[in-house]
Design a protein around this ligand. Structure first.
Ligand SMILES: Cc1ncc(COP(=O)(O)O)c(C=O)c1O
Length: 391
């Protein structure tokens, strides 16, 4: 068979780790799942009830392609009042199968083969693959520990070529947990305006913020409303990872039309009953989200404070999202003759049943590791203890 674009895309390192961890767990070994971006929280009861009520009352027919009207209205209100996005109408809101499909249709609608998108490195590993899938090229711009992993407008500008179409932002950021300040966002906005670029703003972690940090959507800044495609998710905000729902908003009519076509030709819309759960999530009390965020900060403190005392790592304190990005120290002796992220990942799994993600899952980061503090606090504390004994 002739070469296909998809042959260049692998299933990625995270799947390898997950499968190893599941096999260990199935064999009865004690494991510490620090590799998964999925919290231990269940979907809040009022959302679950809205879904079962929708099922029981027969709301099981084809939904409107881009989402049921009450949900899109709720999303429009939310993005206008909370994100301060100047989105024109509910027609500009598309309900998607997770933030993942939001990004898929955004890049699919925007990119042609040979186009380029500038991304931070490290970056959530799926994003460059979504870009490659269109035949376009992800252009990685290195974030440096010395400058607190900030995504600098000047570095973005240097990476721009005549083929650059967009810049991808993700604040709070997976895997480092950094957030872009208003000044940084303004500087990036200025570059996007000057070079006439789109900005794809992945706001999957908009509510997972620590230490009183406030989330700012770049699309709310002057001159950005019409060039930003903002992508959101219910996964982290409402603990709905398995229910697969997100949304994308854009004022750009050309993109909107193409994105709708991609929904039509991929999923034909999102599960009708999950959308009714979405209405309850968005219009109901937000206390569950606030409680989950507070609990995530507690887990961050337990895990980060523990792991930073381990000399094998130099850990970075996250301001949001639920990951600790750690550099593997030169002082570590290594495993099976190697000292990189894969060696450390295998060492932690083999020696202690601890799952983590090697840095190469997030770009060119051979000597890094990502820990997810998504599990229960007791498990996290115990995993730290185990690592402290190991090194
Ligand atoms: C940075 C980032 N963007 C988007 C997503 C998409 O999540 P979902 O498809 O579950 O909404 C994730 C999930 O982990 C993520 O980490």
């Amino acid at each position: 068979m002739t070469e296909h674009l998809l042959d260049q895309i692998t299933m990625g390192p995270l799947i390898i780790v997950r499968e190893k961890m599941m096999a260990l767990q199935a064999s009865g070994k004690k494991v510490y799942r620090l590799e998964a971006g999925d919290t231990s929280f269940d979907t809040p009861p009022h959302i679950r009830k809205a879904i079962t009520d929708a099922l029981e009352s027969g709301k099981t027919h084809y939904p409107v392609l881009t989402g049921i009207p009450p949900l899109r209205e709720a999303m429009l209100t939310k993005v206008r009042t909370q994100n301060h996005l100047p989105i024109r109408d509910a027609e500009n809101v598309m309900v998607t199968v997770g933030g993942m499909q939001g990004l898929y249709i955004t890049f699919g609608a925007m990119l042609s083969p040979g186009d380029q998108v500038i991304l931070p490195d490290p970056v959530w590993g799926e994003t460059p693959e979504l870009i490659r899938r269109t035949g376009a090229v992800p252009v990685l711009v290195k974030l440096h520990a010395e400058s607190d992993f900030s995504f600098e407008a000047a570095d973005i500008e240097t990476a721009i070529t005549p083929r650059t179409k967009a810049v991808y932002l993700n604040s709070p950021h997976n895997p480092v947990g950094v957030m872009l300040s208003e000044a940084q966002l303004r500087a990036i906005a200025d570059v996007a305006i000057k070079h006439n670029l789109f900005v794809v703003s992945d706001e999957a972690y908009e509510t997972v913020l620590f230490d009183g940090n406030k989330h700012i959507s770049i699309g709310s800044l002057p001159g950005m409303g019409d060039r930003t495609i903002s992508v959101f998710s219910f996964s982290k905000t409402y603990a709905m990872t398995g229910l697969r729902m997100g949304y994308a908003v854009t004022n750009d009519d050309v993109l909107l039309d193409r994105m709708r076509k991609l929904i039509r030709l991929t999923t034909g819309g999102v599960s009708s009953i999950v959308q009714w759960g979405g209405v309850a999530a968005m219009t109901g009390p937000q206390t569950a989200t606030q409680e989950m965020t507070a609990e995530m900060q507690r887990r961050r403190d337990i895990f980060y404070n523990g792991v930073k005392s381990i000399p094998a790592f130099e850990s970075f304190k996250p301001q949001g999202a639920f990951y600790v990005w750690a550099k593997i120290s030169d002082k570590w002796n290594g495993y099976q003759g190697k000292k990189d992220g894969w060696a450390m990942t295998n060492f932690l799994i083999d020696r202690a049943g601890i799952g983590a993600s090697p840095g190469v899952a997030f770009g060119e980061n051979e000597n890094y590791l990502r820990f997810a503090f998504t599990g229960e606090a007791e498990m996290l504390a115990e995993s730290v203890q185990v690592m402290q004994d190991l090194f």
